[in-house]
Write a protein that binds this ligand. Structure first.
Ligand code: OOG
Ligand code: NI
Length: 438
C-alpha cells in the first residue's frame, strides 16, 4: 500500500515553483526588472564563469489587517516559509511592522532560499480619524486569498501536504494574491486622501491585494551591479545599504532601482479617461555575507551609528570591525559552520582540531534582513517627505497575535546550525580517533 504522505509534493518544491512563477509574473509586469536581472546575471557570470539565472532570494509585500496577515502566514506555511525576525519600522516613520517568511532549515534554504519580507500596516498610526475609519472599512471589504486557494490551504493543513494536482492549483492561486491590479478599489479622491496620509497607506489600502512590490536576485558583487545600473541609465538608489564593501562579506548589502509610476484606473472612473499613476514597485539586488552573533551585531550597529553621527567615511566607521573570518569567529562576532576534513588525528578539543586542520570553520550565510537597511529601501521608494519618526511602542506580541504563532528568533536559528555542525564535526573526529586507537 502507498503511504498517503508519499504522494505529497515537498513544501520546498512548492516554494521553488512559486518563486519561479512570481519571477515570471514580475518580469512581465515590470519590464525594467528584466533589465536588472540581466545585469545581475552578467555580473555573476563574469565572476563565477558559470551561467547564472539571477535567482530571486526575496520579495516584499504589505498587508492591511491582522486577518490578512493570518491568511498570508497560512499560505506561506504550505510552502515551508515561517515567520523569522521582528522588524519595527515605525521609529523611522514607516507605519508598519514586519517579519520575513522564510525556510528555516539548512536543507530547505539549499533547495530554494526564497523569502518574503511581509509588513503589516498599523492603521492606528493614521492621525485623521475619519480617514482611519474609511481605510478600515475599505480593507474590511476585501478578500486577498480566493476561496478556492484558501480551501487548498485548509486541505494542506488537514492532510499534512498537497498532492501534485493540488500543488499546481495552489501555486497558480497563490500567484494571484500578489498580482498587480491596474484598477483601484477606491475613487481618485479617496486615493489622494490616502496618499496624503502616507504613501504607504495608499499602496496598501487602495488596491485589491498585496501586490508584490519588489523581487531581489542575489549577486556576487553588488558594487559592480550598482555601477552597471548607472552605466545603463537605470534610476538607481544613491547608495548601497548595509556594511561597506569588505574582504569578508558580512550580513546583507542591498540596492534598488527606483519605483516606477504605474498607470491605474480609480474606481468609478471611465476606463478611457487619463489614468492616475501609482509609485510603489521597484527592483532590488542583494549580496549576503556572514551571519553575526548578537555581539557582532551590536558592533555592527555601533559602526553604523558612528557612520551616521560623525560624518566619517564607511571604511573609517567600520575600521573597528575585524575583516577576516578567523578573527570574527575567535572573537565571537560571527557564527561558524564546522566541517570535519576527514584527516585523522588525536585532537578532541575544537580549537586544537581547527589549528591542526582536522576541522575547518566557514561562515554561515545571513538569511535575514536589517531594519536600518529596510528603512533605507522603503525610503528610497516612497516620497521622502512622508517620514516623521513616530514614538509608537514596538509590539512584537501584536504582530504574533496577527500571525497566529510566535515569530522565530534568527539568532537562535543560526546558533542551532552552528551547534549541530560542531557536534557532528567533533563526533566525526571522535569516531576516527576511536578507529585509530582500536
Ligand atoms: C520592504 C522593504 C524591506 C528589504 O530588502 O530590506 C526590504 C517593502 O518595501 O515593502 O524588502
Ligand atoms: Ni527587499
Amino acid at each position: 500500500m502507498v503511504r498517503p504522505d508519499t504522494c505529497f509534493v515537498s513544501p520546498d518544491v512548492i516554494r521553488r515553483r512559486f518563486a519561479a512563477a512570481m519571477s515570471a509574473m514580475y518580469r512581465d509586469e515590470v519590464p525594467l526588472y528584466t533589465t536588472l536581472r540581466d545585469i545581475v546575471a552578467e555580473v555573476n557570470e563574469a565572476i563565477t564563469g558559470e551561467p547564472d539565472a539571477a535567482v530571486e532570494r526575496h520579495g516584499a509585500i504589505r498587508v492591511g489587517t491582522p486577518a490578512e496577515m493570518r491568511a498570508i502566514a497560512r499560505l506561506f506555511a504550505v510552502m515551508g516559509m515561517h515567520p523569522v525576525g521582528y522588524y519595527d519600522l515605525t521609529p523611522v516613520g514607516v507605519p508598519v511592522h514586519s517579519t520575513a517568511f522564510r525556510p528555516v532549515t539548512a536543507e530547505g534554504l539549499a533547495i530554494n532560499p526564497f523569502r518574503v519580507f511581509t509588513s503589516l500596516l498599523r492603521l492606528e498610526l493614521i492621525e485623521d480619524a475619519a480617514l482611519r475609519a474609511a481605510a478600515e472599512t475599505i480593507l474590511a471589504g476585501r478578500t486577498i486569498v480566493s476561496a478556492e486557494t484558501l480551501a487548498l490551504v485548509d486541505r494542506a493543513e488537514a492532510q499534512g501536504g498537497l498532492d501534485e494536482a493540488q500543488a499546481e492549483a495552489f501555486v497558480a492561486g497563490a500567484l494571484e494574491v500578489f498580482r498587480w491590479h491596474g484598477t483601484a478599489r477606491v475613487d481618485g479622491e479617496t486615493y489622494a486622501r490616502l496618499l496624503g496620509s502616507h504613501r504607504l497607506v495608499a499602496d496598501v489600502v487602495a488596491f485589491g491585494g498585496p501586490h508584490i512590490n519588489h523581487l531581489t536576485p542575489h549577486t556576487h558583487d553588488i558594487d559592480r551591479v550598482q555601477a552597471e545600473m548607472a552605466a545603463r541609465g537605470l534610476p538607481h538608489k544613491a547608495s548601497i545599504e548595509g556594511p561597506p564593501r569588505r574582504r569578508t562579506a558580512i550580513l546583507l548589502r542591498q540596492t534598488s532601482f527606483s519605483a516606477l509610476a504605474e498607470p491605474f484606473v480609480p474606481a468609478g472612473a471611465d476606463p478611457a479617461s487619463e489614468p492616475l499613476r501609482h509609485t510603489a514597485r521597484f527592483g532590488e539586488v542583494e549580496q549576503r555575507g556572514a551571519a553575526l552573533t548578537p555581539r557582532g551585531r551590536a558592533l555592527y550597529d555601533q559602526c553604523l551609528a558612528t557612520l551616521r553621527n560623525e560624518g566619517t567615511s564607511p571604511d573609517e566607521a567600520f575600521a573597528a570591525f575585524p575583516d577576516d573570518f578567523v578573527t570574527l569567529r575567535r572573537n565571537g562576532l560571527a557564527y561558524a559552520r564546522y566541517v570535519a576534513t576527514g584527516t585523522s588525528g588525536g585532537a578532541t578539543d575544537l580549537e586544537e582540531a581547527l589549528d591542526r586542520g582536522l576541522i575547518v570553520a566557514e561562515p554561515i550565510l545571513y538569511e535575514d534582513f536589517l531594519p536600518v537597511s529596510a528603512a533605507g529601501i522603503f525610503r528610497s521608494n516612497l516620497a521622502d517627505d512622508d517620514y516623521s519618526a513616530s514614538t509608537q511602542a514596538s509590539s512584537q506580541a501584536e504582530l504574533e497575535a496577527a500571525i497566529g504563532r510566535a515569530i522565530l528568533d534568527p539568532f537562535a536559528l543560526y546558533q542551532a546550525i552552528e551547534d549541530a555542525s560542531r557536534e557532528a564535526a567533533l563526533a566525526h573526529l571522535r569516531g576516527s580517533v576511536a578507529l585509530h586507537e582500536t
